[in-house]
Design a protein around this ligand. Structure first.
Ligand code: FAD
Length: 416
């Protein structure tokens, strides 16, 4: 492993930092943390996020790994990582484009026609259009291929009916990617087709879901006879599962990447220095120090695993199974750190008022939001199955419904 920038990487980092310094301010480490899952997006935040994205696009710093024909600069994977590391040091609006840029864009690039790519990618890159991912349903999350939404061909259109759920950002999105079942007589993976859908198409009803922290990060989306032109289909009819896998692979990589920053250990050390236990800084208390040391060691393990991936990327190699392991281990760690940060605040830990809580309530916010990271993009149990089967080569789980026609698989009553 070599953790140092090569001369080319160092030059690229300097160029990125110079642009950022000219266009944004460095983050204040004592300022309140950002809403970690983008759950409080009002109109002003939305406009600020779009303006920042447009500014980057105009200067050639948006989606830098994308080909130049869609507005990117064809950067390497390691340059993408370096840009992300540098941008993270600056005060910028929340990234409301991560699903579009991290999942929808790569899926369209891999499976779209030239016309589809030209229609959707440049406006997605510049932030003019915001995208969401409509996969999960009330009875299909981990078992996504068991989804029930129907798509019936009618002339040049498909008519879609059913319900999606947990759709992040649907309430402010322009476009979405959606998987529906066109053939219930085929086995569950084979009867699916993948589309791009206009989020304002007649028959679409979007209902935000209010979460425990008061945010509205995701939504229920109901489809009643929504028409999708066949020209919005990605891949062949019946190719939906293969196309969806492209999205899911990109999703895991992007969530794994989000969690690579040490889980907030730096903030926790600052908190323990500011708080007092029996008249002395908490960080001097032996029991607190033991806990902090444990978190620090585990954070270093996560950080070094992340660096191993970077080192592989820098040498032009494909990373191994670290991404699944990283997501499993890192999300658990950042949840435990947030729990401990709330615990050592004593009574103040039980309030969410930014004025009267240490570090402006950022830990309370994280404490309530982070459990979602252990579910989104593959739950802990599903990741363990993947690691068991693909890394440890243990015998696969029994899959009784794999080769059976979907309509013959016993299920509960329809979603209503
Ligand atoms: C913050 C957040 C954002 C999200 N955003 C989106 C989005 O934008 N678009 C979208 O489509 N979806 C989104 N989701 C939904 C997410 O993809 C699903 O929640 C996830 O796939 C799990 O599905 P489920 O909730 O239906 O749980 P289930 O699949 O019903 O799982 C319930 C429990 O059973 C366990 N389990 C399931 N199968 C197995 C198995 N084979 N072996 C062992 N245990 C198993 C799970 O681990 C879990 O503990 C989001 C979720 C969260 C938390």
């Amino acid at each position: 492993m070599d953790f140092n920038d090569t001369p080319e990487e160092a030059a690229f980092r300097a160029e990125a930092r110079a642009w950022l310094e000219a266009n944004a301010a460095y983050k204040n480490p004592d300022a309140p943390g950002q809403d970690p899952l983008g759950e409080r997006i009002d109109d002003a935040t939305l406009r600020a996020a779009q303006a920042w994205q447009k500014k980057k696009a105009d200067a050639g710093w948006a989606c830098i790994r994308w080909p130049a024909e869609y507005g990117g600069r064809g950067a390497t994977a390691i340059q993408g990582v370096i840009w992300g590391q540098e941008e993270a040091k600056f005060e910028t609006p929340p990234n409301i484009f991560s699903i579009g840029h991290g999942m929808c864009g790569p899926t369209i690039m891999a499976h779209g026609t030239p016309e589809q790519k030209q229609k959707w990618l440049p406006r997605m890159l510049s932030g003019e259009d915001i995208w969401c991912q409509l996969f999960s349903e009330p009875s299909a999350g981990s078992d996504l291929a068991g989804l029930r939404m129907t798509a019936v061909r009618d002339g040049d259109d498909w008519v879609v009916n059913g319900q999606k759920i947990w759709t992040t950002g649907a309430q402010f999105c322009d476009w979405g990617i959606i998987v529906a079942r066109h053939d219930p007589s085929a086995p569950k993976h084979a009867g699916l087709t993948f589309f791009v859908v206009d989020m304002r198409a007649p028959g679409t009803e979007i209902r935000p879901i209010t979460q425990i922290n008061g945010g509205q990060g995701f939504n229920e989306v109901f489809y009643t006879d929504v028409r999708i032109p066949d020209s919005y289909r990605l891949g062949e009819v019946g190719d939906g599962w293969r196309v969806a896998i492209t999205t899911l692979m990109n999703e895991r990589a992007s969530i794994g990447g989000m969690t690579g920053g040490g889980g907030g250990i730096g903030d926790l050390l600052r908190l323990a220095s500011d708080l007092e236990i029996e008249g002395a800084p908490a960080i001097e208390d032996r029991a607190v120090r033991e806990k902090l040391a444990g978190f620090y060691v585990r954070s270093k393990g996560v950080e070094l695993t992340g660096r191993r991936t970077l080192s592989a990327l820098s040498q032009g190699k494909m990373p191994g199974p670290e991404a699944s392991l990283m997501k499993l281990v890192a999300t658990r760690l950042i949840q435990e750190i947030a729990e401990y940060a709330v615990e050592i605040q004593g009574a103040a830990g039980a309030t969410t008022d930014a004025e009267s809580t240490p570090q402006a309530g950022r830990w309370q916010e994280r404490y309530l939001a982070i459990p979602g990271l252990r579910i989104a993009g593959g739950t802990d149990e599903v990741l363990r199955n993947i690691i068991a089967e693909r890394v440890l080569r243990l015998p696969p789980e029994m899959r009784m419904d794999k080769d059976v026609a979907y309509k013959e698989v016993p299920t509960g009553p329809p979603n209503t």
